[in-house]
Design a protein around this ligand. Structure first.
Ligand SMILES: *[C@@H]1O[C@H](CO)[C@@H](O)[C@H](O)[C@H]1NC(C)=O
Ligand SMILES: *[C@@H]1O[C@H](CO)[C@@H](O)[C@H](O)[C@H]1NC(C)=O
Ligand SMILES: *[C@@H]1O[C@H](CO)[C@@H](O)[C@H](O)[C@H]1NC(C)=O
Length: 358
């Protein structure tokens, strides 16, 4: 017997200390557990299989299991018990799927690119917002992979394409602001998933839902940066905001035209608002890039742009958003919102001098 009669006084004290420690830990774990269930459901974090990217599955595998009819009187909430997730997905860009092929493979997607699970009541509503212009091939790959990906996750979702008309400088951040405004007119979304069209998620356990506490970088490991990000403070590509968090930072700046730097402005807005950036673990936040650009490691030469967020964020964002809505068309696989974002202001003489230097 370990705890025999011959125990010394200090051993007895140790024992009580141990008991105290165990109780304390149990309470701590309980608090942690309860805290986390109110944020991200625990069942969504259980990943039953090892993450082996040498064994991938087709994103359409077993999707038809979700399509069988259910009697509508006893519809249950979607839970992990009904998940058919497979983990690592086979993503290739060798074959360009036709639009008809994508539509045929996604019979339950409604006009406007929306979906609701047929077999259970979705627990989350996510608006996927995609800034867009002239990337037809990338768009087809995106739709081919994203629709089944989101259905596997039992989400209620819509895909919004925010299409910048004209040939002026592209304004990604402003298009995202417009997307958020238009999407929230349609529904009270739980989560805004801001998504570049060239990035395809590689693991269906990378859930497209928001973290209750902070904005989240979903694309934490991109293939063309050797499954990393271009620089440490990077906050672009694919990110997730709750509407509340998005409005708390006054959305994104409208004033970054065709140059990078808006990501850093956004990262700083998040900090100024007293929030932190969450990142999907590298093993789940993996993305393949469909833009065919050469693979390179994290680049030391790309530095976060100098931003003046502290001075500008209160006046430049959702509260100063100004654009012309040209068309809102329901395509079978997405909502196509065409906008005129205006033009950049005439350069000041200082900008011109800086421009001449490069
Ligand atoms: C697909 O569904 C079948 C039948 O339920 C199951 O046996 C199989 O393991 C599933 N495949 C995957 C990859 O989950
Ligand atoms: C759903 O309910 C309606 C009316 O209660 C019923 O007519 C219909 O057959 C049900 N559908 C299914 C799939 O059970
Ligand atoms: C979106 O709508 C605009 C305006 O009707 C159209 O010119 C454009 O081709 C559409 N884009 C896509 C990708 O459907």
């Amino acid at each position: 017997m370990v705890f025999g009669r011959k125990m010394t006084r200090s051993q007895v004290e140790n024992r009580w200390f141990l008991v105290f420690l165990i109780i304390f830990q149990a309470i701590f774990i309980l608090i942690l557990y309860r805290g986390s269930t109110s944020v991200v459901p625990q069942d969504h974090l259980d990943i039953p299989r090892p993450l082996d990217y040498s064994k991938t599955e087709d994103v359409y595998t077993n999707l038809s299991l979700y399509i069988r009819g259910t009697d509508n009187t006893s519809m249950q909430d979607c839970t992990s018990q009904t998940l058919i997730n497979v983990g690592p997905l086979t993503i290739t860009f060798d074959m360009l799927p036709s639009e008809k092929n994508i539509i045929d493979k996604n019979p339950y997607v409604q006009l406007g690119g929306c979906y609701r699970p047929q077999h259970c009541v979705a627990r989350y509503g996510t608006a996927v917002i995609v800034p867009y212009r002239n990337r037809e091939k990338q768009l087809r790959h995106f739709l081919y992979y994203l629709h089944p990906f989101l259905q596997r996750q039992q989400l209620h979702y819509c895909i919004y394409l925010i299409h910048q008309a004209g040939s002026g400088p592209f304004n990604r951040a402003k298009l995202l602001n417009i997307g958020v405004r238009e999407a929230l007119k349609d529904e009270d979304w739980d989560c805004l998933l801001l998504h570049n069209v060239n990035l395809i998620p590689e693991n269906d356990y990378n859930f497209y839902i928001c973290d209750g506490k902070y904005p989240k970088l979903m694309a934490s490991a991109i293939d063309k940066f050797l499954y990393s990000v271009p620089y440490r403070s990077f906050f672009g590509g694919v990110t997730a905001f709750s509407p509340e968090h998005y409005l708390k930072i006054n959305g994104f700046p409208n004033t970054y035209w065709a140059r990078n730097g808006e990501d850093d402005d956004i990262a700083e807005r998040i900090q100024i608002a007293g929030m932190k950036i969450q990142r999907t673990p590298f093993s789940l936040g993996r993305y393949k890039s469909a833009d065919g650009k050469q693979v390179s490691g994290p680049r030391k030469d790309i530095k976060p742009a100098e931003v003046h967020t502290r001075k500008t964020w209160k006046d430049d964002g959702m509260n100063s958003l100004d654009f012309k809505l040209l068309a809102k068309e329901k395509h079978t696989l997405y909502m196509n919102i065409t906008v005129d974002v205006g033009a950049p202001p005439v350069q000041s003489s200082q900008d011109k001098r800086e421009g001449n230097k490069t």
